[in-house]
Design a protein around this ligand. Structure first.
Ligand SMILES: [Zn+2]
Length: 447
């Protein structure tokens, strides 16, 4: 949703690919403007005692954040709310323009002059569509992905490498998107009455395939991955992995500091390719307690089978989406098809209309999709606390992640916009866990 025109272009591809991972966020090293403090000592209110108070401990952690850092991070995150709207509007205007001014019909005519093979016509149309929407949407992509990220000190990439990544994304969307579009168009033409059912089934199968290959073939296009071998963390992390029944060969480190300062970790892949990745920003900037809690959280995603549950949820969304698409596509083609130069609903020139309807669908679904993700993230938080027993690491982690997420939203705001529990809620949950496990933190008598 934060990709403006790419959102357009990568509509299918990125939606598919990003569902693959529980979202791969990247980033490294220099002190960013939004930098949150490294809380080295546990505040007095959060120390174990007979009068430990969850609310007071939470507030003490919140008070560690300098007001300026908090104001900047609030501004960054709230700006993101508006970008969801602008991304949607800009994409919708681009698709509408392609239809209204007959550009889409002309792109189709061109492919028919170039070849008589229908699958090739579809692919050549797709290439033009991707390139044109990339160019038209580029100003917003550039502002959102480059200018704004630098303004808030979250990006580390110069323009050249950033543009290189954009071109790689473009190529990926041409190739993978091409596979999806050629397959779906063939289904629509061959099964005119049931394509919404078969389209949903085939899309889900392709999604599963893309999720499976993503960590092996896609992510390495943008970052380098190596097995975790940092002596500082190897022993406790791999020990925790073994204790939770996770094969130790499945923990990787990415060089996300090439792109940004964000600290993060994720679970990606499916079946044999499934793995836990932490990024080098987390390794460099976090203390061991925080890294352990972050890895406990990711192990939670892994052990609780969140990737498989996400797939099932995606299948439901895709089925609903195809049903609505079939109905609305016929309705629009019936009313406006002639004016836009569309022959019927199976015409490849209707692709911008499919994307327009799709972007409305996903825009409206924003709170539902976020709530599904946020619910799983809360489960992973709880698993992480139990596996790592690091509530203070969890509080520190919530503060660090507050560099790009507002710490303390209102309930409606959280419901609509948050794909993770808010920072304040995470600290509160960690302190509640600590309050119920105080004996783990009390120093032995006589010391
Ligand atoms: Zn998570």
């Amino acid at each position: 949703m934060r990709f403006s025109s790419l959102f357009a272009v990568l509509f299918f591809v990125l939606f598919f690919v990003s569902l693959a991972a529980a979202v791969a966020q990247e980033g490294p090293g220099a002190k960013p403007l939004t930098a949150m403090p490294d809380v080295l000592t546990v505040p007095p209110e959060a120390q174990p005692s007979d009068h430990f108070d969850v609310e007071a401990a939470t507030n003490a952690y919140m008070a560690e954040i300098p007001p300026a850092a908090r104001a900047r991070s609030d501004a960054y995150f709230e700006g993101g709310y508006w970008l969801i709207l602008w991304d949607f509007l800009v994409a919708a205007i681009i698709y509408w323009a392609l239809l209204r001014f007959g550009w889409s019909a002309r792109m189709r005519d061109l492919t028919e002059r170039l070849t008589r093979f229908r699958a090739l016509q579809t692919f050549l149309y797709w290439v033009q569509f991707v390139l044109l929407t990339f160019v038209l949407g580029f100003p917003l992509t550039y502002y959102e992905g480059f200018v704004r990220e630098h303004k808030y000190g979250l990006a580390t990439q110069m323009f050249g490498p950033w543009m290189g990544d954009q071109l790689k994304l473009l190529l990926v969307s041409i190739v993978l998107g091409g596979i999806v579009v050629v397959t779906l168009v063939a289904i629509v033409r061959r099964l005119p009455n049931t394509w919404h059912i078969w389209g949903a089934v085939v899309s889900t199968v392709l999604l599963i395939l893309f999720v499976m290959i993503a960590p092996v073939f896609l992510f390495p296009l943008f970052n380098k991955f190596k097995p975790l071998d940092d002596p500082k963390v190897t022993q406790p992390i791999l020990s925790m992995a073994r204790a939770n029944g996770i094969a130790v060969g499945k923990v990787y480190v990415s060089d996300a500091s090439q792109q940004s300062t964000r600290m993060s970790a994720n679970v990606s892949g499916l079946g044999k390719t499934m793995r836990i990745t932490l990024n080098d920003n987390l390794l460099k900037r976090a203390n061991l307690e925080e890294i352990e809690e972050a890895m406990g959280h990711e192990m939670g995603h892994y052990v609780l089978n969140h990737v498989y549950k996400d797939m099932l949820f995606a299948f439901i969304v895709i089925v609903a989406g195809f049903g609505l698409l079939r109905w609305s596509l016929n309705w629009f083609v019936g009313r406006r098809g002639k004016e836009w130069g569309l022959r019927d609903a199976t015409d490849i020139a209707a692709v911008p209309l499919v994307f327009l309807l799709g972007s409305i669908f996903f825009f409206v679904l924003t709170p539902i999709l976020n709530t599904q993700t946020r619910t799983a993230e809360l489960e992973a938080d709880m698993y992480g606390l139990n596996a790592s027993r690091q509530p203070d690491g969890s509080a520190q982690s919530a503060i660090h992640l507050g560099e790009y997420r507002k710490m303390s939203p209102g309930p409606v705001e959280e419901w609509i916009f948050y794909d993770h529990p808010s920072g304040r809620e995470r600290i509160y949950n960690a302190m509640r866990w600590k309050a119920e496990n105080l004996e783990l933190f009390k120093k032995p008598a006589g010391k």
